[in-house]
Write a protein that binds this ligand. Structure first.
Ligand SMILES: NC(=O)c1ccc[n+]([C@@H]2O[C@H](COP(=O)([O-])OP(=O)(O)OC[C@H]3O[C@@H](n4cnc5c(N)ncnc54)[C@H](OP(=O)(O)O)[C@@H]3O)[C@@H](O)[C@H]2O)c1
Length: 288
């Protein structure tokens, strides 16, 4: 199977490359080789290669910057998705696209089903929802949208890497304890994306995160404890103090509750999820 991976230098992109099944012929691109907002370049690229599948791991992910840079966020998260959908449709290519828990407002208190009404509170969430809608409008039967949340990996910028740095530098850290989600390894997401790639008959919106629920405080505490256990942090690493969302204001509002219901994904792929803390251990072992 011929597959294009966009955003191959991002967290998910790098894990997709590392975990790719051997029988897949991958053409991996990022903004330096294929800017997905460039309609002519995307058309030419897809027409030339005629892949069976595009995995879109590219995105504008600067959540706070998006609040004042909506045009850039929409260009990558919505307009480029439309550009790829048009090119894919002309070549009978399927698309697997990644979206986010930020399409929900996070005001609920039970796991969000894929068909729960959306209501994004941030520009980033709005731009990602607009991208989902373009894909569903243009290729409803040939696209899979996987919403995920709280991604981390050994690559790029993410909460895990920020915590490891700050826990080394500071004596105490205040961490938000009133937002609940599921820390998700980009590696387990990549494995799930490849499982979808093997099932081209599937289409629609699915949810994927690792298993379980945690606050950012719980996630930070687990990072601290597991890292000390394997010698990645000293035992005098920064102490953690639970704080509230109002103690740490950000330009973009975050969902207070964003556990995603994954039942339809488990059923479709016959997958057994792993708990987020076990996935964290696997990633930390790769950082040591
Ligand atoms: N990170 C999270 O916590 C999180 C949570 C929920 C959902 N998601 C979604 O999961 C997916 C993967 O996220 P990630 O954390 O792996 O993202 P990431 O690390 O930010 O990677 C995105 C990649 O896309 C590239 N890119 C940006 N604009 C582009 C363009 N115009 N053309 C081509 N490539 C472009 C980026 O390049 P530059 O770095 O040079 O900009 C980067 O290499 C995204 O769809 C994201 O919205 C992420």
């Amino acid at each position: 199977m011929k597959v294009i991976i966009t955003g191959c230098k991002g967290q998910l992109g790098q894990e997709l490359l590392r975990l790719a099944p051997p029988d897949i012929a991958i053409t991996a691109v990022d903004i330096d080789t294929l800017d997905i907002t460039d309609q002519v370049a995307v058309d030419n690229f897809v027409n030339e290669l005629k892949p069976q599948l595009i995995i879109n791991a590219a995105a504008y992910t600067a959540v706070d910057k998006a609040e004042t840079n909506a045009e850039a966020a929409y260009a990558v998260n919505c307009d480029a998705v439309k550009i790829m959908a048009v090119a894919a449709s002309q070549n009978s290519t399927s698309i697997i696209h990644i979206s986010t828990d930020y399409v929900f407002d996070g005001s609920g208190c039970s796991p969000c089903q894929p068909d729960l009404p959306t209501n994004p509170a941030s520009v980033y969430g709005q731009s990602k929802l607009a991208g989902e809608q373009e894909l569903q409008r243009l290729m409803p039967g040939k696209s899979v949208i996987i919403r995920t949340a709280w991604l981390y990996s050994p690559y790029g910028q993410n909460f895990l890497k920020t915590m490891l740095r700050l826990m080394n530098e500071r004596d105490e850290l205040g961490i938000i304890a009133d937002q609940i989600g599921t820390p998700t390894s980009a590696a387990t997401l990549a494995t799930t994306v490849w499982a979808f790639a093997k099932k081209p008959q599937l289409s629609g919106i699915f949810h994927w995160t690792d298993d379980g629920a945690a606050s950012w405080y719980d996630f930070a505490a687990a990072i601290r404890e597991e890292s000390i256990a394997i010698g990645l942090l000293d035992s005098n690493a920064a102490r953690l103090k639970p704080i509230t969302t109002t103690d740490y204001p950000t330009p973009a509002p975050r969902p207070a509750y964003s556990i995603l219901d994954k039942s339809s994904t488990y059923q479709a792929l016959e997958l057994t999820p792993i708990n987020w803390r076990i996935a964290l251990r696997e990633v930390l072992k790769r950082i040591v």
